[in-house]
Design a protein around this ligand. Structure first.
Ligand SMILES: [Zn+2]
Length: 256
């Protein structure tokens, strides 16, 4: 009799166990179901166009290039370097590192001398071709990305349009900026001030090209870079290197 009671109790417990398991499974299944709904929510958010930010560094390589590259690497971010010509062994290593780590190697000027390069379209294109060839020899990358020294809106030349046509005839894409830190205007600005200058401009843009400098004197740019990247990511920007699909931000264009 007693054993029958025990068997009965075990039986009830087993049945209850199955029911509980079913409920558990059921609710798990239900949870998976609601996760799926969540996933579809995520899917929806992925379809929202992400804001894009392009970090660009002019005038390098410099004594800061390696540190800039280290910070970009740590944050898993790719940027664009509009470089000048520097024939030293150390500079060559830096161009090569820029390329090896997946950043965009852009051109600025072989010789960053406004008077010389903007003397004539001929002098300008000679300098640019020299830089393109030099970078190709050094990195095996034929750069097609360009930034005018001073931007396309610079005041060193009366009419930039013949220069723009030259750039285009060389098959190059040129990029100005719509956010700038001012790091080559006033070297005394703190990293917080520089970043605030950028964010104040970038906030209005879904597609922001940020001008900074890889320049010996621009040490606060390097100091603030980690925090700038975090702020941009927090504000929903995807940080990308310039590529052929990047929307060109141009202060002056021959089409306008
Ligand atoms: Zn420059």
């Amino acid at each position: 009799m007693r054993s029958k009671v025990i068997i009965f109790v075990i039986g009830i417990a087993a049945v209850l166990g199955i029911v509980l398991c079913k409920n558990t499974n059921g609710s798990q299944w239900f949870r998976i179901g609601s996760q799926k709904e969540g996933e579809s929510g995520l899917f929806t958010s992925q379809r929202i166009v992400k804001k894009k930010a392009y970090l660009t560094f002019d005038d390098g390589p410099s004594k800061h290039t390696d540190e800039i590259l280290d910070i970009l690497k740590k944050n898993d971010v790719k940027a664009t370097f509009f470089v000048v010509g520097n024939p030293t062994k150390e500079a060559k290593r830096k161009y090569q590192r820029i390329v090896a780590e997946g950043h965009t190697l852009g051109m600025h000027a072989y010789e960053h001398n406004y008077k010389k390069i903007y003397k004539s379209v001929d002098a300008f294109s000679k300098d640019l071709k020299k830089l393109q060839n030099y970078l190709y020899q050094t990195t095996k990358v034929k750069s097609i990305y360009y930034r005018f020294p001073g931007g396309s809106s610079n005041t060193c030349v009366n009419d930039i349009k013949p220069y723009i046509r030259k750039v285009k005839s060389m098959g190059l894409y040129y990029y100005d900026w719509n956010a700038l830190s001012g790091d080559a205007i006033d070297f005394t600005q703190s990293s917080e001030e520089l970043n605030n200058n950028i964010l104040k401009d970038a906030i209005h843009e879904d597609n922001t090209i940020i001008l900074m400098h890889d320049l010996g004197k621009a040490k606060n740019t390097v100091k603030g870079l980690d925090s700038l990247i975090r702020s941009l990511k927090d504000q929903g920007y995807e940080i990308l290197p310039i590529s052929e699909s990047t929307k060109e931000i141009q202060h002056v264009s021959v089409d306008k």
